[in-house]
Write a protein that binds this ligand. Structure first.
Ligand code: ATP
Length: 738
């Protein structure tokens, strides 16, 4: 087990120290110099913004009311520790005077100072380590989509599917032609009994690729198959949401042939109604592994003696999440209980066919797969090799190198910048590393907004009506308007610690295309629980706010956009320094198309978003009297100060911020060994990072509580390392990812 970073991660920071860097420091210009160059036209930014640096130097008095102390102070880096004095706040924003007392701002130099030894550091400080990556200035190139339906004369019927099924696909479901992976898999599976690995890019239609040949064979069986005929196919998925989604796909395809019945069993609270459904009979069962194993053990009516297909969808994720043991248990059970009789159901495969499917297929997954699959054939549609997976060609990835302090405000800016569509909903997905961080950031954007509770949107009972869903003890929020983004945004959250009812209600509300939602921007904050297989409409942008744990996770996350030939965009946040090496080291390999990876300056994003603060308010049509044209950096600072102020006034929110920060750092420490050269917890500037959580100092609980270990025997370092590694591994599956 790789211990790198784990022990260091739990060292106690004092809020002022920066960790000794093990890798060379990033060079590059200071924020001020870059900004000045940018404004002089050496960058590509628009001219609307006023050069606050130049203004500051020419007319310090004019800028006295500016929160942005670094601008005012010119080059004296060491004296730039304050967002603004109470006097300065009074001038630009009178109502903030009272607040400023609460904020205990200090003008003292250095990082410490102020009442209770608190300090407020500026967002835009010159000492911030700046990005070194060169901005991409070349014209952006657009590429032909690599995951679209085929444009040659391929048809579903031409692949051998029945006329009834093909017509249903084209007429009712409006699927004109198959995709590459569908052509390859359907033509093979339609009459073979071979096992397959299927690897194809995200959004290329893999679900239909394995589902259609199964349905076709069940439909064409001479003896009519009905729900009473038995269970013939099992599809396993790593998440409940994906299972529910695949079940919905099956239901819509089977509208053309009602005799075949699909079912779904997932973790949650409806075991009794699941049992009832199984008892009535299902022919294709979609399940999460744990839940299926449970039913195999406890539901006597679940007869698996006729199972002819086992599909492991997102197979690599199933392995990563440690489901191998459960899956092995399931396959052993299936094998032991198999009673396939070749005289019955003569058109179905005479043995169980196994398929493992994903956009990424690391070696260990293939190894594990080979223990279940028998002499499998690999069907790989990726333009890369069998080993390397790539992003869809048409997807554009924007890389933003953002100094730690500016992360939160830059995220807000990204979300503010998403264009709205008068006819439909725009959607963004923001990936964070852990559940605590999702909850906290939800509150950041939602505070002051109007919330919608679960009881307002949930369905009252299961379709069988034999089990009422348990009511949560306290009201759960499904979504909220997000005034901290703008008046058109609505924010949602999804992670594994939420109740299943809330998770389902959230997905349903997020993908709703109700007319009333036109011109709205839906933002889903989530962990990697939403990174696999979920197919959601109109995702304008996927934001990887926290870096992925592996480059495969990156491909799956961004794959929520640019699906089935549609254009798509993703943005990844990196920190200046070692993280920038991730671009050439990993990202360019999986985004090989020229111009598909673009380095973008965070200043451009901030300027676009916060210059808008000068625009008339959508509702009132009036301009904000406080606004100063083009002073995006000041507006950005004000936005961030509002967050800090809210935290100071709200102890529960402050506690959440602190927990989120701690979980975030711990999650960061779990990056895989191979990628630790880019994501090394030892190189994080914790103080600056805390600022991006609205905190003025690093939470003490990151390390052990003071005095906690006094008098205790010093733990053997090797044992400690192993203990912490085990702890991190354990929590990885629950707290961080799932
Ligand atoms: N031939 C087709 N024509 C039109 N739309 C299709 C076709 N096949 C699939 N789709 C649609 O394309 C979308 C993506 O399909 P699917 O979810 O199966 O992709 P995937 O390859 O499994 O992606 P991921 O790797 O992210 O799980 C779905 O909305 C699906 O309904």
């Amino acid at each position: 087990m790789d211990d790198d970073g784990l022990i260091m991660n739990f060292a106690i920071p004092d809020g002022t120290q920066t960790f000794k860097k093990t890798a060379p420091k990033a060079g590059g210009l200071s924020w001020r110099e870059r900004r000045a160059k940018f404004k002089l036209g050496e960058g590509a930014g628009p001219k609307s913004g006023v050069n606050s640096i130049a203004v500051a130097k020419r007319a310090p008095r004019e800028n006295k009311g500016n929160f942005n102390k670094p601008n005012r102070d010119g080059q004296s880096k060491d004296k730039q520790n304050s967002e603004g004095s109470s006097g300065s706040q009074k001038r630009s924003h009178p109502e903030e005077l009272a607040e400023s007392k609460k904020l205990k701002f200090t003008e003292k130099s250095g990082e410490k100072g102020g009442i209770n030894n608190t300090y407020v550091s500026s967002l835009f400080t010159a000492q911030t380590k700046g990005p070194t990556l060169e901005e991409t200035t070349a014209e952006s190139v657009s590429h032909q989509p690599s995951n679209a339906p085929l444009k040659d004369d391929s048809t579903f019927e031409g692949l051998g599917l029945t006329e009834k099924l093909s017509q249903h696909l084209t007429s009712s479901m409006k699927y004109v032609a198959p995709t590459k992976v569908q052509r390859a898999v359907i033509s093979k599976m339609i009459d073979s009994q071979q096992d397959y690995f299927v690897k194809a890019q995200t959004g290329s239609g893999k679900t239909l690729a394995f589902v259609l040949p199964i349905i076709h064979r069940l439909m064409t069986e001479p003896d009519l198959i009905t729900r009473l005929s038995g269970l013939f196919a099992v599809i396993l998925t790593p998440t409940r949401e994906l299972a529910v989604q695949i079940h919905a796909v099956l239901e819509s395809i089977l509208r053309c042939h009602h005799h075949i019945v699909p079912g779904v069993v997932v973790g949650g609270e409806k075991k009794k109604s699941e049992k009832a459904r199984i008892r009535k009979g299902v022919n294709i069962l979609v399940a999460t592994p744990g839940r299926l194993a449970d039913h195999l053990e406890n539901t006597t009516s679940l007869d698996v003696s006729q199972v002819r297909w086992l599909v492991l969808d997102e197979g690599d994720r199933l392995v990563e999440l440690g489901f191998q043991e459960t899956i092995t248990k399931i396959t052993d059970h299936l094998s032991q209980h198999s009673r396939i009789n070749s005289n019955k159901w003569i058109e179905l495969p005479p043995r169980r066919v196994n398929i493992l499917c994903s956009a990424t297929m690391p070696d260990d997954v293939k190894q594990f797969g080979s223990t279940i699959l028998e002499k499998p054939e690999m069907i790989s549609i990726d333009r890369g090799s069998e080993i390397n997976a790539t992003a869809p060609d048409q997807l554009v990835l924007k890389v933003l190198t953002v100094p730690p302090k500016l992360r939160l405000v830059t995220l807000a800016a990204c979300l503010k910048n998403v264009p709205l569509h008068s006819e439909e909903v725009s959607r963004s997905i923001v990936f964070l590393s852990c559940a605590n961080s999702v909850d906290y950031h939800f509150d950041v954007f939602a505070h002051g907004g109007k919330t919608t509770l679960l009881k307002d949107v949930e369905e009252n009972e299961d379709e069988e009506g034999d089990e009422k869903n348990k009511k949560p003890t306290k009201p759960e929020i499904v979504y909220s308007t997000a005034p901290q983004i703008n008046s058109n945004s609505v924010v949602f959250r999804l992670h594994g610690s939420l109740s299943q009812q809330l998770r389902s209600a959230t997905i349903l509300a997020f993908i709703s295309n109700a007319a009333a939602n036109s011109n709205k921007h839906f933002v889903l904050l989530c962990t990697d629980v939403a990174s696999r297989g979920l197919d959601m409409p109109n995702i304008s942008n996927v934001v990887e706010y926290d870096p992925p744990f592996t480059v495969d996770d990156h491909l799956h996350r961004i794959g929520r956009s640019a699906r089935l030939g549609k254009a798509g965009e993703a943005t990844i946040f990196l920190l200046p320094g070692e993280e920038e090496g991730y671009v050439d080291g990993k990202l360019r390999v999986v985004h090989p198309k020229k111009g598909s990876l673009r380095i973008v300056k965070y200043e451009t994003i901030l300027e676009n978003a916060f210059s808008q603060e000068d625009a008339p308010d959508n509702k009132t049509g009036k301009k904000d009297p406080k606004a100063k044209a083009g002073k995006w950096d000041m507006h950005a600072t004000t936005w961030h100060l509002e967050v800090e102020r809210w935290l100071l006034e709200n102890t529960a929110a402050l506690e959440k911020a602190s927990n989120a920060f701690v979980s975030h750092v711990r999650a960061y420490a779990t990056h895989i060994g191979l990628e630790k050269m880019y994501f090394n917890v030892k190189t994080l500037h914790l103080g600056h990072l805390a600022k991006a959580f609205g905190l003025r100092e690093t939470p003490k609980k990151l390390g052990s509580k003071s005095g906690e270990n006094e008098g205790k025997k010093k733990e053997d370092p090797r044992k400690k390392m192993l203990r912490l590694a085990r702890l991190a591994e354990k929590s990885k599956a629950s707290e961080f990812n799932y």
